[in-house]
Design a protein. Structure first.
Length: 326
């Protein structure tokens, strides 16, 4: 089993292609009022990312940056204070576009930036994107071949649309997020220490998580889980909470509820079937546990989350309307 893929699926992460910037000369674009996490991939040239309260971040071709949902920020050719007053062109991009191009500056375009947006089911207990720091920046020179390939493929598919380009882009949007997470986790393990993401890179805890994810209906205890991964019970009892913030039993209980929530959201399975699949011997016991975890009964949860029906970690097939304004 792959815990990261599982967690992305459980949280219903979805991505869409948003704004594309092509700029030359003096320019600036403010990104405001957007939902979800924003990912900017610089496919050519360079730009500066400006976020209030932070030093400007220089972005080069091949760089990818991720910002938490709702973070107002701007991209520009010059981050100097007051420089925006000298812009040849400045616009504000709001919400999600449908991949439309914003052309900026009086000179031929030398900088190209693709923006993707991701969000997730707000009712999910596991929120992978929320575990990331305020700004994640993977530089081209410190990234991975997989991320570099994804950026190049994204740029090529947008520059030269072909048959089924929309299908290719839907897959690439998923791939971009996974490749960026891989690259950032591999390069920044200290920043992940003590979080669920960091636990994936711990050989002991990572193995324990794979067992819990692969067989959630098994009545695991700390002792049986320790035996399965060939470590002492004391070692697992000490290291598991330090890495995940939960005991193995508490983590398993939460994971069972996540699995149940997805089945309720994405299937028409009966409560009896779902309860058995996640290790509960009766529907009343399952209902009580689920209600404690989510604050509502399984039936109410199912009726309130149908907008996420279908596969989790999927992409919206219909683009959102453009709300870009100059």
């Amino acid at each position: 089993m792959d815990p990261l893929a599982d967690a992305l699926a459980m949280s219903g992460v979805k991505g869409v292609l948003s704004t594309r910037v092509e700029a030359g000369g003096r320019w600036a674009v403010a990104i405001e009022d957007y939902p979800g996490t924003a990912l900017h991939a610089v496919t050519a040239g360079s730009a500066w990312l400006v976020v209030a309260g932070r030093a400007p971040v220089e972005l080069a071709a091949g760089d990818v940056v991720l910002l938490p949902g709702g973070t107002p920020h701007s991209l520009t050719d010059d981050p100097a204070p007051g420089a925006t007053h000298r812009r040849c062109e400045q616009v504000i991009a709001r919400g999600r576009g449908a991949g439309e191009v914003i052309t900026l500056g009086a000179q031929p375009a030398t900088t190209r930036v693709v923006t993707l947006h991701y969000d997730s089911d707000p009712a999910a207990l596991t929120q992978v994107l929320a575990l990331l720091p305020g700004l994640v920046h993977v530089r081209a020179e410190t990234g991975t071949p997989g991320l570099a390939d994804a950026v190049r493929m994204l740029a090529r598919e947008l520059a030269e649309p072909q048959l089924a380009t929309s299908a290719v882009l839907r897959s690439l949007i998923d791939i971009m997020l996974v490749q960026m997470l891989r690259a950032w986790l591999a390069a920044n393990p200290p920043e992940c220490f003590g979080t669920w993401l960091g636990a994936l890179y711990d050989p002991v805890i990572g193995a324990a998580l794979r067992h819990l994810h692969a067989n959630p209906a098994v009545p695991w205890t700390t002792a049986t889980l320790a035996q399965a991964i060939s470590v002492s019970r004391a070692t697992l009892a000490r290291r598991f909470p330090a890495a995940t913030g939960h005991t193995p039993a508490a983590y398993l209980a939460n994971w069972r509820m996540e699995l149940a929530a997805v089945r309720l959201r994405d299937s028409h399975d009966s409560l009896e079937t779902i309860a058995e699949a996640v290790g509960y011997g009766s529907v009343p016991a399952f209902t009580r546990a689920f209600t404690r975890a989510f604050g509502r009964t399984p039936g109410r949860y199912r009726s309130g989350t149908r907008e996420y029906a279908g596969s989790a970690f999927r992409l919206d097939s219909s683009p959102a309307p453009s709300t870009t304004a100059g």
